[in-house]
Design a protein around this ligand. Structure first.
Ligand SMILES: [Zn+2]
Ligand SMILES: [Zn+2]
Length: 85
């Protein structure tokens, strides 16, 4: 028996179909919304690049701890786009 992690609530469940990603229709909707909005549910308090806590951030739009991380994340995004295209 194979269990997978629900894409909506992160709990383990046994899929009834090979393409099933979520344990319930509610979770499927939640996962879909999350994916299409492209934003995490909580406000960001960690650097999106290196994962370090964002200390003393005074801007709610801040996503990276410093300029280096911002540039690195930008380059990685470009590289992954090139890889999938
Ligand atoms: Zn679920
Ligand atoms: Zn960082």
């Amino acid at each position: 028996m194979v269990t997978i992690r629900c894409a909506g609530c992160s709990s383990q469940f046994v899929p009834t179909r090979p393409t099933q990603r979520t344990c319930s229709p509610t979770c499927r909707q939640r996962a879909w919304r999350r994916r299409h909005r492209g934003l995490p549910p909580q406000p960001r308090d960690h650097c999106a690049s290196c994962g370090q806590p964002l200390l003393g951030s005074n801007s709610p739009m801040r996503r990276y701890c410093d300029n280096r991380c911002r540039v690195r994340a930008y380059r990685e995004r470009l590289a992954s786009r090139r890889a999938t295209a």
